[in-house]
Ligand binder design. Structure first.
Ligand code: NAI
Ligand code: MG
Length: 355
């Protein structure tokens, strides 16, 4: 079992270090770790945020544990050399088209959400976001117009692209509450019309899943009004980017939520994927021991489950995290004083009571 560790910039290395301590404590046999340069650090050392050797290492692994990329020192670089291109490049080059972002309320944290406690407590949803298409990857550019310079982007989805993300979403819904909400803007966009018609086709293979369609503007409203109504959500790249950040904020802190980006490639034990916290490199708190490592640790749990088939160990990690939050081990993001390392220590001692 090979894991490529790409810790990246800012708090990326700090939170990834805690995830690696947890991994080490599990003492898995036949596990090999490779560490690679990515982001601003890679740009400084190799002249590119995603050097070919890093990409090759990622390709050769069963899974990638990713920290975060982004650094103010790179703000003036052309777009293709900016650190953020590393994560976009990995998703595109490795065919990681399915982004799974679970958001569930943790017991004891309801009062930290900006929603009413009883509403925050009801959140238990999974956003399945398409990651390789949509307006992010369509033709784009700048042209002259009667009104001066005009920027343009184009949005498209073909049936094959929708079908493959729909399959992932229906299967995910089958493993959860068997309810799927497809979010689009089919009243206005041709892209969304094809999206919706294709989702309806795929639904025929999943008669047990209750399918609902919702326009994205309504979905945004429902997410804060009654998030408990959602089980599994499937949507395109742009709508998914926005809705999944919104869902995470409803839970409490951005430092708590993990994600998996999966493709079609199967490994010996599961699906090849990249796992990362949903937060970025947080330069405002980097190097101060203030970052919450929970999102990185929960990303490791997703890695063990989806890419290595280690469901039991994934469950231990998740229960250890729930345990320390229940004990009130909070960092600054949750109004407490525990450092990044303190939170890692607490997770490790909870783990010892399980395995
Ligand atoms: P961010 O997620 O890095 O930070 C937003 C706010 O949340 C900051 O106040 C930060 O201190 C706080 N925060 C984030 N993670 C935290 C944690 N684990 N514990 C405690 N507090 C935490 O987003 P921002 O500030 O918009 O972007 C910073 C850099 O990260 C930019 O260069 C951006 O492009 C990059 N970025 C990279 C991503 C990735 O690598 N996948 C994703 C999002 C942003
Ligand atoms: Mg985002």
């Amino acid at each position: 079992m090979k894991i490529a560790v790409l810790a990246g910039d800012g708090i990326g290395p700090e939170v990834t270090a805690q995830a690696l301590r947890v991994l080490e404590a599990l003492a898995l046999p036949d596990l090999v770790l490779f560490e690679g340069d990515v982001g601003a650090a890679a740009y400084r050392r190799h002249g590119h945020p995603l050097p070919p050797e890093t990409l090759a290492m990622a390709r050769a692994a069963d899974a990638i544990l990713f920290g975060a990329v982004g650094d103010f020192s790179c703000d003036d670089l052309p777009r293709h050399l900016r650190p953020e291109q590393a994560i976009l490049g990995l998703r595109a080059e490795l065919g990681l088209f399915a982004n799974l972002r679970p958001a569930a309320g943790f017991p004891g944290l309801e009062h930290l959400s900006s929603l009413k406690p009883e509403v925050a407590r009801s959140i238990d949803l999974l956003v399945v976001r398409e990651l390789n298409g949509d307006v992010y990857f369509g033709d784009k550019g700048e042209r002259e117009s009667a009104g001066g310079r005009e920027g343009w982007d184009s949005m498209s989805y073909n049936e094959a692209e929708v079908r493959r993300i729909a399959e992932v979403a229906f299967r995910a819904a089958m493993g959860r509450g068997k309810r799927l909400c497809s979010v689009d803007k089919a009243n206005v966009l041709e892209t969304s019309r094809i999206w919706r018609e294709t989702i309806i086709e795929v639904a025929k293979d999943y008669p047990e899943v209750e399918l609902e369609h919702m326009y994205v503007d309504n979905a945004a409203m429902q997410m804060v009004k009654e998030p408990g109504r959602f089980d599994t959500i499937v949507t395109g790249n742009l709508f998914g980017d926005i809705l999944s950040d919104q869902a995470s904020a409803c839970v409490g802190s951005i430092g708590l939520l993990a994600s998996a980006s999966l493709g079609e490639r199967q490994t010996e034990h599961g699906t090849f994927g990249l796992y990362e916290p949903i937060h970025g490199s947080a330069p405002d708190i980097a190097g101060q021991g203030k970052a919450n490592p929970v999102a990185a640790v929960l990303s490791l749990a997703m890695l063990l489950r989806h890419s290595l088939g280690l469901e039991q160990q994934a469950g231990w990690i998740e229960r250890a995290v729930e345990g320390i939050l229940d004990d009130g081990v909070f960092g600054g993001d949750l109004g407490g004083s525990a450092s990044t390392g303190d939170i890692g220590d607490a997770i490790l001692s909870k783990l010892q009571t399980m395995s």
